[in-house]
Design a protein around this ligand. Structure first.
Ligand code: UD1
Ligand code: UDP
Length: 358
């Protein structure tokens, strides 16, 4: 039996890593990389650090508008699916690569497995929300990280093929945190001490592409002492376009995006994390680091309910108040994202579904 995993963006690579190990124990796996992310720090670095096999197909799609990018992916993934004829396509998360992979496969009557199914922010202006909904609605196997994700699907009438497995990102952390702590030199390189700095990431389109929101975030960041900011290329592009880059660079420790191992160390040792990333909100919770989220909604609502995450949008005063005053509810912590064995569970379910090994 053969499965084809479709990836393209940084968070896809991180989710692929633990699952690929389990899948390869049971099946032939072909990996197709759409090329959505391509800078060394957004792409190759993750394959090197996570010991991921080189993709079998690199589709080289690159950047573009949603329609153009997703359309190019759809065409090229379809060609690979036709020649490889996998028994199952696996897609991860909520990027354009996820949707393109799911759509290309389902139209060829190849079953689709969605890893990280059932997440909802209930904000359809987010491209990721559209990608999640459409991917879930054309998937045959839906691997949910949380109970809430299962309930979200139920509300949309999806009950068949739904499995609560836990989150593969917990697997990735538990497999890599020790290696990260033993090998990463990032704190020394940046001259920072544990629990003596804040860590920020920003890349959501709704924050980067709107001048006022990005300016408010920059205004807040300039007033936060000891802030480390690994900057996503999308954000750098808009900071430069809006004339905000030099100002931010004067006050804030802007660095290039870091590799996964450095990121885990930076997150675990931060005083607080300020982010609009889905994965980083979850990692903050897992490391028990208070999180200030630069959004009005989140698909990881459990982190807010448990009192470890606060939603502040792009309002300068709210950001600064939360950075200075937000304290987590230390008594309320639910281990909501699984036990670090999600990938193993997913591979077993896939084996049952496909009815046998290689
Ligand atoms: C994408 C995903 C988002 C995910 C994020 C993870 C979609 C719709 N969005 O957003 O859900 O959270 O990845 O990081 O799929 N760029 C580079 N080099 C790169 C990649 C991007 O310079 O290697 C720049 C380009 O100017 C590009 C822009 O970043 O136009 C946006 O890239 P894109 O992949 O379209 O979306 P992300 O913002 O990265
Ligand atoms: N990440 C990383 N280096 C960085 C920023 C993020 O390794 O400079 C990791 C982070 O630890 C998490 C994942 O990338 O595992 C999250 O991806 P991202 O924020 O790009 O996307 P999202 O999760 O919002 O889709």
């Amino acid at each position: 039996m053969k499965v084809m995993s479709v990836v393209g963006a940084r968070p896809n690579f991180i989710k692929l890593a633990p699952l690929s190990k389990e899948v390869r124990k049971k099946f032939d796996e072909v990996v197709a990389h759409t090329g959505q992310h391509y800078d060394y720090e957004m792409d190759r670095l993750f394959f090197e650090q996570l010991g991921l096999p080189d993709p079998d197909y690199h589709l080289g799609v690159g950047s573009g508008t949603h329609g153009h990018q997703t359309g190019e992916m759809l065409k090229k993934i379809e060609e690979v699916l036709i020649s490889e004829k996998p028994d199952l396509a696996i897609v991860f998360g909520d990027t354009n690569s996820t949707l393109a992979g799911a759509l290309a496969a389902v139209k060829l009557h190849i079953p689709v497995a969605h890893v990280e199914a059932g997440l909802r922010s209930y904000d359809k202006r987010m491209p990721e929300e559209i990608n999640r909904i459409l991917t879930d609605h054309c998937s045959d196997l839906l691997f949910c990280p949380t109970e809430r994700a299962v309930d979200n699907l139920k509300r949309e009438g999806i009950t068949e093929g739904v499995y609560l497995t836990g989150d593969v990102m917990v697997d990735a952390i538990s497999q890599n945190i020790k290696i990260a702590e033993e090998t990463s030199d990032i704190l020394r390189e940046l001259g920072i001490k544990p629990k003596d700095y804040f860590l920020a990431t920003v890349h959501r389109a709704e924050n980067t592409d709107t001048f006022n929101r990005l300016k408010n975030i920059v205004d807040a960041f300039c007033e936060i002492e000891n802030l480390i900011f690994p900057c996503h290329p999308r954000t750098e592009k808009f900071l430069r376009r809006y004339g905000l880059w030099d100002r931010l660079r004067k006050d804030v420790g802007i660095i290039k995006p870091v590799g996964y191992l450095d990121m885990l160390v930076l997150e675990k040792n931060a005083k607080k994390i300020i982010t609009d990333s889905g994965g980083v909100q979850k990692e903050a919770y897992i490391f028990k680091v208070p999180c200030v989220t630069l959004r009005e909604t989140t698909e990881w609502i459990e982190t807010v309910e448990d009192g470890w995450n606060v939603l502040v949008g792009a309002d300068k005063e709210k950001i600064l108040k939360a950075v200075r005053e937000f304290e987590p509810n230390k008594d309320s912590y639910g281990h909501r994202f699984g036990d670090g064995r999600a990938s193993e569970k997913i591979a077993v379910i896939v084996e049952g579904y496909l009815g046998g090994g290689p």
